[in-house]
Design a protein around this ligand. Structure first.
Ligand SMILES: Nc1nc2c(ncn2[C@@H]2O[C@H](COP(=O)(O)OP(=O)(O)OP(=O)(O)O)[C@@H](O)[C@H]2O)c(=O)[nH]1
Ligand SMILES: [Mg+2]
Length: 423
């Protein structure tokens, strides 16, 4: 499949708007339900829709539709629709029109797509990733976020009085709106916390949350009372689901520990204590599946010699809601990838320049998560070897995409390439 033809097809489909989307979704639908492909899928889709073929305008020209049909088979309908929407939104925004909201409404109305598919498409075209932080004051919530996104968004070291309201920080990275919901007060006083209004506020925000970090000091001997109260209330208010997309972060890993045991022993003990408590308020399965990580915001490595930032990145890739992952990778893909530094393929040293250098095992885990959760299995086989042409409109990495492969700067495409490159 020629890339320039594919791009042309996406561009035309974008120009046609709603009807083209419906036709593409119908093509995907008949492909999966009737097992037809290519021209047969097009015919079946048109028959299914019943309307006059003329409304699909230039798209109905078979070669273009055939290309899109192949792209759907290869990359999955979600990827193709995201590409079409990204292209449409970008085109209109160049003309000074903001059609994002209209597109989101339109996505909801697309027939032949599941609820989850719609959610993922909407998230991807909105380009948002939202993290919620819970943890006591001073545990390093803000520092952790700033280290992760590589930018100082949240104020740190603030010793001022605890606010009872949730705070939202926002920053834009690679066109992705990175939202951080800070929940001061949640763990700091059971009095403040008993205020149901505060919980209601968190509940309202929570529908947008892709990932929750529970941040707690490693150098404490037990789960504190305040934390227990907070976690208990949070679980009963938001449901057990909260644990599904949550990572426990033990900060101050390099600080002196309150016992003789080694770092690893202490981390294991602290983890076990927390798991026991979580088992009590949620379930054994939930508790045992929960990822834990020791980090230190002032140091690159934890006392066991591990560089923690790539591990945190990997855990997020595994743990965040898949509807948010495309945005997450678009935002931070560059940071695990140093290819933009060295345009030349010949410099193939490990990615020493990457801000978040993944090791081989972490790369495999990220790859697996991208493959399984985000883009569907259809993508895994086909993406490699394809130029940036489809991914750049999808991800908006380089603005209006050009046809050359080399034009792709970073983001998810760069990440994918990096993960797949030969050692
Ligand atoms: N040694 C060490 N210091 C840390 C670590 N994380 C944060 N700090 C320091 O601890 C202080 C508090 O960190 P913040 O990131 O502001 O903590 P926070 O949880 O956001 O605090 P509040 O916003 O007040 O709830 C700052 O002075 C940080 O530099 C860590 O892992 N190790
Ligand atoms: Mg803070």
């Amino acid at each position: 499949m020629s890339q320039s033809k594919l791009f042309e097809a996406i561009r035309i489909a974008a120009g046609l708007g709603g009807p083209a989307i419906t036709l593409l979704a119908a093509m995907a639908y008949v492909s999966t339900t009737m097992g037809v492909a290519g021209a047969a899928a097009i015919t079946a889709a048109l028959a299914l829709l019943g309307g006059p073929a003329g409304m699909y305008g230039g798209l109905i020209a078979l070669p273009l539709l055939g290309i899109l049909s192949t792209a759907i088979a290869r990359y999955g309908i979600e990827v193709v629709l995201i590409a079409v929407y990204k292209q449409r939104i970008e085109k209109k925004s160049e003309e000074g029109e903001d059609i994002l909201e209209d597109c989101l409404i339109e996505v909801d109305g697309i027939r032949f797509l599941t609820f989850e598919q719609k959610q993922r498409i909407k998230k991807a075209i909105k380009g948002e990733f939202t993290i919620m932080l819970i943890g006591k004051t001073g545990t390093g919530k803000s520092s952790t976020i700033n280290n992760l996104i590589g930018k100082s968004v949240a104020n740190t070291g603030d010793t001022n009085a605890v606010t009872e309201k949730t705070q939202i920080y926002e920053t834009t990275i690679n066109d992705i709106r990175f939202k951080v919901i800070d929940t001061p007060g949640l763990c700091d006083s059971s009095d403040v916390f008993s205020d149901e209004k505060y919980l209601d506020e968190i509940k309202k925000q929570y529908k947008d949350v892709d990932l929750t970090l529970f941040v707690t000091n490693l150098n404490e001997t037990r789960v504190s009372r305040d934390e227990k109260v907070a976690l208990r209330k949070l679980t009963s208010s938001l449901g057990e689901n909260i644990w599904q997309n949550l990572i426990v972060v033990f900060t101050f890993a390099c600080s002196p520990l309150p016992s003789e045991s080694s770092y690893s022993e202490f981390l294991a003990g602290r983890t076990e204590a927390l798991q026991e408590f979580i088992e009590e308020i949620a379930s054994k399965n939930v508790a045992q599946a929960l990822p834990f990580i020791g980090i230190d915001n002032l140091f690159k490595k934890t006392p066991d010699g591990k560089v923690w930032l790539p591990e945190l990145f990997t855990l997020i890739a595994e743990r965040a809601k898949d509807q948010g992952l495309i945005s997450f990778f678009q935002a931070l893909g560059d940071d695990v990838n140093d290819e933009k530094e060295s345009q030349n393929e010949s410099s193939n040293d490990e990615n020493q320049n990457a801000r978040i250098p993944l090791d081989d095992e972490q790369k495999e885990r990220v790859k697996k998560s991208m493959r399984n959760t985000i883009l569907g299995n259809a993508l895994a086989g086909g993406l490699i070897g394809l130029g940036g042409v489809i991914l750049s409109p999808i991800l908006g990495v380089v603005g209006v995409p050009t046809i050359t492969t080399g034009a792709i700067g970073g983001g998810i495409w760069g990440l994918w390439k990096y993960l797949n490159r030969k050692k």
